[in-house]
Every structure is written in C-alpha cells, then in structure tokens.
Design a protein around this ligand. Structure first.
Ligand SMILES: [Zn+2]
Length: 294
C-alpha cells in the first residue's frame, strides 16, 4: 500500500545579519531566488514568513517587500506571520533570560497590528510561525482572534522550555490542537479551530534527552544533507503506507541560504525527490482543507 504525503514548504525569511548584507536589495535577491525554486519545484505552493522583530518591526511591511508579497500570493503562495522577538532583539530590548513569547502583553499588540496591516492590504496571513519553535496557549488565543487558524511552529521531539517550545510529545503529522496544550491533539468531539502542521521528523532522537534544535532527523534544508533528507522523507512515506492514511507535514527552509549554490540546489533536489516519491506540495490552507475532508 502507498498513501500520499502532503507537504507544505515552510519558508523562514529572516534576513540573517551574518549571511546577508543589511540592504534591501541583498535580501530581495534571496527572496527572488527562493520564489524561483518554489515555482519550479513545488508549483509555487509554499508559505513564506514575514519577519517582525524588535530589530525590524515594520521593515518587511513596507516596499519593496509589499510588492514582493503580492507577487508571491498571486503566484499561488501564502504568507506566515513570524515574530522573531528574541533572536532579533536590539541591545536595549534583549532579555537576560526567558522569552518574549511568554509575555502576552508584549506579543498581543504586535500580532494584532501586523495582522491588521496585511489584511488592510488584501494580503491576509494564512499561518503563524514562532521563533525558536516557541508557542503558548495565550498566543494561540490571540491568533484565533485575528483569524489565523493554522500554525507552523511545531517541531515534534523538540523541548526548549526557556523558549516556550514544548513539543517533545507532539504528534508527527498534522492535527487540531487541544485547548489543554499546544502539543496535544484535540480529543474526539473537542472543538478546536487551530490546525497545526509539524515539521517532518523521522522520530529519532540523537540522544536520550529531547533536542533543543533541529538536526538531520528533520525535514530542514539548511541543518541537514541531501541523503539524510531523503531518508527522513522515505520514513514518513513508510509511516503513511503503514497507517494506510495520508500524512501532512512541512519542510523548513531559510531564505538566507538561497545564494549558496549548494544549499539552494539541495532545496530544489529534495523537493523533486519528495514529489517523485508520493509527495504532493500544498499550501497550508489546502492542507487544512484536505485534513478536514479526510
Ligand atoms: Zn525565523
């Protein structure tokens, strides 16, 4: 038996100050390369993050980026709201410990303002993705209010409580979130309006304790290699076949890597491999619809 595996290309657009010169042209060039790869190897289906942070609160909500987001959506792609509150802190705002994701008074107005701005520009967000895999019930509550009902933060197996990442026991495939905890699948009969699409994972841990960071056991282009990515994909396809049921996962990649020929080539190659082996690229909204109709 075989069963399809639907995948969402989950693109993190952080400009990465170490790898990307700070000017807009340099960032934009990488975004364009990413779009070409997505168009040529996944039919334009994928969701790209719009970054907001203490360092760049509104930078990506202005031109030339607004025009690019429009072309992204016109080409069949979707947009993800992505606050990077800790990693892109300024010296004045950097926390000594903990995370802004636990501070809903800080998060609430940011999420609302950025979502409203994009809605007013007819480019509403389809999904949300936290930095460091951080997500809280309070954030989910706000997301529902601002009509974002798909989350792409979940990294099953990852446990980093200081960053609000509690995914050690999370399901390996898409699920509706329980009101009890972000990592928990809603019980049968429990009403849930938050759809979670986790990163693809082969279920293997490097050592006994849950990891903090993604590695070659995940579908993550930049922290792995082609052979490992193929192996993880094959494991997910096997899982779907054994369960005799389609699965939905995401594959993570980062725009900062896309001027590196090896990394952008790897991204194109793994997308080709996935579509040759039972994979169907879908947007996050399409994934939710497929799950709803399953
Ligand atoms: Zn990020």
């Amino acid at each position: 038996m075989t069963a399809k595996v639907y995948f969402v290309v989950n693109i993190d657009s952080d400009p990465d100050p170490e790898n990307t010169p700070p000017n807009n042209d340099a960032v934009m060039e990488k975004y364009r390369i990413t779009k070409e790869i997505l168009d040529d190897h996944a039919g334009g289906k994928g969701t790209i993050c719009i970054h907001t942070s203490p360092m760049y609160r509104d930078r990506f909500f202005r031109e030339p980026f607004m025009e690019f987001w429009k072309s992204w959506v016109d080409g069949g792609g979707e947009l993800t709201l992505h606050p990077e509150e800790d990693l892109y802190s300024t010296p004045e705002t950097r926390l000594e410990s903990g995370t802004y994701y636990n501070d809903i008074e800080h998060m609430d107005p940011i999420l609302r303002a950025q979502a409203r701005f994009m809605e007013d520009n007819n480019l509403p967000f389809a999904a949300y993705k936290g930095g460091y895999h951080g997500l809280t019930k309070n954030i989910v509550h706000v997301l529902k209010k601002i009509k974002i009902n798909i989350d792409l933060t979940c990294a099953p197996g990852i446990h980093w409580p200081e960053k609000a990442a509690h995914w050690a026991e999370a399901p390996l495939e898409a699920f509706y979130m329980s009101s009890e905890a972000c990592w928990k699948k809603a019980q049968k009969g429990e009403e849930s309006s938050m759809f979670e699409i986790p990163f693809g994972w082969d279920g293997q841990r490097r050592d006994a304790s849950p990891n903090r960071l993604l590695d070659e056991h995940y579908l993550v282009n930049e922290f792995s290699n082609y052979e490992a990515l193929c192996r993880v994909w094959d494991t997910i396809v096997d899982r779907a076949a054994k369960a005799d049921s389609p699965q939905i996962v995401s594959i993570l990649c980062h725009t900062y890597a896309m001027k590196d020929n090896e990394l952008s080539g790897r991204c194109a190659n793994i997308l080709d491999y996935m579509t040759r082996h039972e994979g169907v690229p879908v947007t996050a909204r399409e994934a939710k619809k497929i799950y709803d109709e399953m």
